[in-house]
Each structure stands twice: as structure tokens, then as C-alpha cells.
Design a protein around this ligand. Sequence first.
Ligand SMILES: [Fe+2]
Ligand SMILES: [Fe+2]
Length: 322
Amino acid sequence: MQSFSKENFVPVSREEIQAGSEKLTFDLYSINLDKGQMEPAVLCRRGTSSHEVARAVSDRLLDKLFVKKQALQEFYDHMEDSLGSIIENPRLPTKKKSDILYNCASNVMQDVYNDPRSGDNIERSREVSNHIIRFTLTDPASIPSLLSLSSHNYYTFTHCVNVAVFGIGLWQFIGLGSPSELRDFALGAILHDVGKSKISDDILNKPGKLTDEEFEIIKGHPRNGYELMEGRVSDGALDIILHHHERYDGTGYPERLQGDTISDNAKVAILADVYDALTTNRPYGDARDPFQAMLMMKEGMVGHFEQEKFISFIKFLSKTPT
Ligand SMILES: [Fe+2]
Ligand SMILES: [Fe+2]
């Protein structure tokens, strides 16, 4: 991030701007530092067509591009609206697409957490989970690329994106069902912890051991999430939200389901959820590497996962460098 004397501007990449497929919803600025220019000047006004923007940007190859800090939200929205064409753009490298998609998805999830009852936010999470599916279907390198972005510190909303990406990959690897079932699964996975939006950050981010009372509050999040989303998302998605803490041996919560009373989709979400929790820095523990996490799941969580899915999980992990 760079600041100039009069205004605060945020640099944006040429690829991002060129990838936009909608009219600009913000003013785009440029500056040619090589020519000693000191202040960004408007390059394209809000409302400029994507075609004209692409031409203006390629006419000014040496310029750096910026948006005003106050217009950052419009910039993110613009990227979100353009995701379909970004994913299909053959000129954009996988890494760039992953960066844009991961940022947009994390942004959407942050908004869902701030306002989980907003129908618009639920619709955006559906859209973004479908974009993740589309990306994974069009580009085999997309899953490792998206997962490489997930080694950040733990935030509930990036965790949800990670669980969706990893879960979609594992679900496809196992080959569980129809495209519409995959869409339900993906939406459930990205929303799986939405019930945590009702729990205070003091409890969620507590570095020490939780009291019994605090743990009971945490354990309420699958049901909270179910109640928040009931009637708003499909039964397939609700299944993931309600059952992602069940365990194969019946030691999970909230319903203490056992064995195959847990659906195949929920079993995949359970593996993705535990794996991401173990491989990400959390307030109460450092991240393990993928091998340590797998070992911990194999030896420290005996009986928690269905054996067949767990073997698929290990095979998937060994084929997906993270
Ligand atoms: Fe959870
Ligand atoms: Fe989770």
C-alpha cells in the first residue's frame, strides 16, 4: 500500500483491471513514476466500459495503477462481478485467478459473518462457491494454487473458503454425485461455520483453554448455523452446516450421529474442516505441516472418520501438493 501527499491510494494490478468484464464502478488512476510524476491522475472514470479500460491500460504500459482507498469496496465488488470472465480468461495465469478468487471469496465470507441474515450475502456466497467449482473444473492446477493461499493465520472466514476449496477437491476426487449435489455441498462447506457469527470473538479467539461453559457455547454453532440458514439454502447445504462436527464413532456433536447415519457429503466436510484447522495457525496452537496433520488425524483421532473416506483423503492429499 502506498500513500501520496494529498490522497491515499491503493495499487491494483494491470491483470486485475484488464480482467474486469463490467463497466468501471470506481475511478481508475495512474501514475508514471519513471517520468517523475508525483500524483496519480485519473485514467478512466467510473462508468467506462471494460473494452475502453483495457485499451487505456495497455496504452499506458509503464504506468502504475491505483484506486482511491475509499473506493476499495467498489473495486472488490467489481472483481466479484467479473469472476465468471476472470476464470474463463485464457490469458490470465492460474496464480492470478486464484489470488482474485480467494480474495473475493474471503471478502464475501467476511460480509456473511457480519450480516448472516442478508439474503444478498447468502446469494453472494452461493455465487462464489459456484465460481470455485467452475475454476476447479476448468483448471487442474486450481486447487493446489488456491490452497497455497490458505496458509494464513486463522480467521473464520478464510477457514470457510479453505474448507470449501479442499472439500470440493476431495469431493470431486472421490466422485460423490451429480453437479447439483456438488453445488449444495460447496455452499454448505463455505457456510459451514456461519453459526459462529453469533459467538463473541473473545471466546472464538481465546488463546487458553476454554471453560466448560465456553465450550458448550462453541458447540452450539452447528445448530445456530442451521437455524440461521434454514429455509434459505438447500437441505444438502444444511446437512453440512449441522453435521460437520459429527464423528464416525458417535463422539461428535450436536446429534452424536454414528457411522453411516452421517452422509457422505458431511464426511468429506468433516475431513476438510479438521485438516484445515490443524494446518492453520490458531489462537491456541501453531499450524502443523500437512504430513503432521495427517498423522495426527490417523493416530490421535482414531475412529473419528470413516476409513474409506480417510484413505481417499490421504490419496488426495498426496496428489495435491499444498
Ligand atoms: Fe465448525
Ligand atoms: Fe470449521
